[in-house]
Ligand binder design. Structure first.
Ligand code: ADP
Ligand code: ASP
Ligand code: MG
Length: 453
C-alpha cells in the first residue's frame, strides 16, 4: 500500500554534521526524532570536498596518494565504529579506487566534467555511511542516487537545475521510495541530459534540499549545520551577533546572495516558489532552537543583518573609441554574456563600467572566470583593469530606500575605510560596498556595533 505523507520534511545535514561517527550519530538522532522527516540530504563529510577539488587539479602521484590516504582515514574512522563494517568497507574502497583513477586522469588532462565526477564521490561516500548509521538504529532506510532526479544543464561546477524535469523525475523515482521508507540521498550533485555527473556549486547541498522539497511539495526544509540559526552577521566575525528567530524569504535570500555562507545563494528560490518554510539549526545543539525563514515576518526591522563576501574581483572596462554610452554598455554586456560571466553588481559612468564577478562554481575561482579568451576579446574593444584582494560588505534590511539617514549612519562608520564601489537602489533590501579585503572585518564589526547591537 502506498502511504501518503502530507507533512514530509526534507532534512539536510552539512559537512560538520556528518564529519565523523559521533556527528553522524547526533544527526541520526535528529532524523529519528521526527517521523515527518522522510528524506535526508547530505553533504560530504567536512574537508572531503576540498580534498577532492585539490585532487582534480592534476597533482603529482605522491601528492595524490597522500590526499587519498587522508580520505581513506576519514572514511575508516567512521566505518570502524560500525557493527557490520565489511560490506560498507568494500563499497567505500571501490569509491576510493574510483577517486584514485579519476585523479590520475585529471593529472593527464583536466576537465570540469572530470572534476564534477570526482568531487561527487564525497557525497556518495557520506550518504552510504549515514545509511549504515541509521540502520544501526534499526530503522529501515534506503540509499538513493540524487543524480537520478536532479537533472541539470551541463555547466559543470555550477550547473543549473531544470525544475520541470526534476519534478517529473521525483514523482517517478523518489516519491514511491519515500512512501516505503526513510530515504537518504546526496546534496550538491546532479546529472545532465547525457547522464554525466554535475555539481550545483560549492555549498550546493542546501539547494538540493530545497529543490527536492519543491518537487515533493514538502511541508518544511530543515537545514542542520554548525550554528543554531541565521545570525545578524557571521558569528565567527562578530561574537555579539544575535540569532534572528524569523526571517522573510527575501531577507534571507539577500543574505545568502551577499555571502552569508550558512545558506547556498539559490536555496530560497524553490522554497519561495512553493512557500515552503526553511528552518536552520545546529545539529550539535538541536535544542538550542534556530531560525525559521518564511514568507512574512512580523514588523521586520529597518536593519536586519550584515553579510560579507570575500575574494571579490572588480573588473573595470573603459571605452577607448568614444562611442555613445548605450552602445558601449550593450557591447560589453554582449561579450560578458557570450563568455558566460556571472556578475552581480554594476556601476556605470559615461565611458566606463565597473562590475563584480560572481563565482560560486565547484571547479573555478574568481580568477578562472576571467579566461584568456574573454580578456582578449574585451581588450580588443576597451581598456581593461582588474582589481583583486577585495571584499563585498552588504547591509541587509527592509525599505532601505526610505531610510533618509542610512547613508550617513553607514558611511560615518567607514571614515577610515577606502570604499572602492557602492551599490544601492536596485533592491530596497540591500546597500553594498566594496572594500580592501583586509579592512572588511573591521567595517562589519563597526557597523554591527552601531546598527545591530
Ligand atoms: P554546512 O557545512 O553545514 O553547510 P556552512 O559552513 O556552509 O555549513 O555554513 C555555516 C557557517 O556559515 C557558520 O559556521 C558561519 O560561520 C557561517 N555564517 C556566515 N554568515 C552567517 C550568518 N549570518 N549566520 C550564521 N552563520 C553564518
Ligand atoms: N560538499 C559540497 C561543498 O563542500 C556541498 C555542500 O557542502 O553543500 O561545497
Ligand atoms: Mg553550507
Amino acid at each position: 500500500m502506498t502511504r501518503i505523507y502530507p507533512h514530509t520534511i526534507v532534512a539536510k545535514f552539512g559537512g560538520t554534521s556528518v564529519a565523523d561517527f559521533d556527528a553522524m550519530s547526533r544527526s541520526a538522532t535528529i532524523v529519528l526524532a521526527d517521523k515527518d522527516v522522510r528524506l535526508v540530504v547530505l553533504s560530504a563529510s567536512a574537508g572531503v570536498t576540498n580534498l577532492l577539488v585539490e585532487l582534480s587539479g592534476g597533482q603529482e602521484s605522491s601528492v595524490r596518494q597522500d590526499k587519498i590516504d587522508t580520505l581513506r582515514t576519514l572514511q575508516y574512522n567512521i566505518i570502524s565504529h560500525l557493527k557490520q563494517p565489511e560490506a560498507i568497507g568494500q563499497e567505500i574502497d571501490r569509491l576510493l579506487d574510483n577517486i584514485s583513477h579519476l585523479a590520475a586522469m585529471s593529472a593527464d588532462s583536466r576537465s570540469d566534467a572530470l572534476c564534477d565526477e570526482l568531487v561527487s564521490h564525497g557525497e556518495l561516500m557520506s550518504s552510504l555511511l549515514f545509511v549504515e548509521v541509521l540502520r544501526e538504529h534499526e530503522v529501515e532506510t534506503q540509499w538513493f542516487d540524487a543524480r537520478k532526479v536532479i537533472r541539470t544543464n551541463d555547466t559543470f561546477g555550477c550547473a543549473v537545475p531544470i525544475v520541470s524535469e526534476i519534478a517529473e523525475r521525483v514523482e517517478k523515482h523518489l516519491r514511491p521510495r519515500i512512501a516505503q521508507s526513510l530515504v537518504v540521498t546526496q546534496g550538491f550533485i546532479g546529472s545532465d541530459a547525457a547522464g554525466q555527473t554535475t555539481t550545483l556549486g560549492r555549498g550546493g547541498s542546501d539547494y538540493t534540499a530545497s529543490l527536492l522539497a519543491e518537487a515533493l511539495q514538502a511541508a518544511r526544509v530543515d537545514i542542520w549545520t554548525d550554528v543554531a540559526g541565521i545570525y545578524t552577521t557571521d558569528p565567527r566575525i562578530v561574537a555579539q551577533a544575535k540569532r534572528i528567530d524569523t526571517l522573510s524569504f527575501s531577507e534571507a535570500s539577500e543574505m545568502a546572495t551577499f555571502g552569508a555562507k550558512v545558506l547556498h545563494p539559490a536555496t530560497l528560490l524553490p522554497a519561495m516558489r512553493k512557500n515552503i518554510p526553511v528552518f536552520v539549526g545546529s545539529s550539535a545543539q538541536p535544542r538550542a532552537g534556530g531560525t525559521l525563514v518564511c514568507r512574512d515576518t512580523h514588523e521586520p526591522p529597518r536593519y536586519r543583518a550584515l553579510a560579507i563576501r570575500r575574494q571579490q574581483t572588480l573588473l573595470k572596462l573603459s571605452s577607448v573609441d568614444g562611442q555613445p554610452a548605450h552602445r558601449f554598455l550593450a557591447q560589453m554586456f554582449g561579450i560578458l554574456s557570450r563568455h558566460d560571466v556571472a556578475m552581480d553588481l554594476v556601476t556605470t559612468s559615461e565611458a566606463s563600467i565597473a562590475l563584480i564577478l560572481n563565482s560560486t562554481g565547484s571547479t573555478s575561482g574568481e580568477a578562472d572566470t576571467l579566461t584568456t579568451s574573454l580578456l582578449t576579446e574585451l581588450s580588443s574593444h576597451c581598456h581593461v583593469e582588474i582589481e583583486t584582494g577585495l571584499a563585498l560588505v552588504s547591509l541587509i534590511g527592509n525599505a532601505l530606500s526610505q531610510a533618509p539617514a542610512m547613508c550617513k549612519e553607514v558611511f560615518a562608520r567607514l571614515e577610515s575605510h577606502a570604499v572602492r564601489m557602492i551599490c544601492h537602489g536596485a533592491s530596497s533590501h540591500n546597500l553594498c560596498f566594496l572594500l580592501p579585503a583586509e579592512s572588511a572585518d573591521s567595517a562589519v564589526k563597526a557597523l554591527h556595533r552601531h546598527l545591530l547591537e
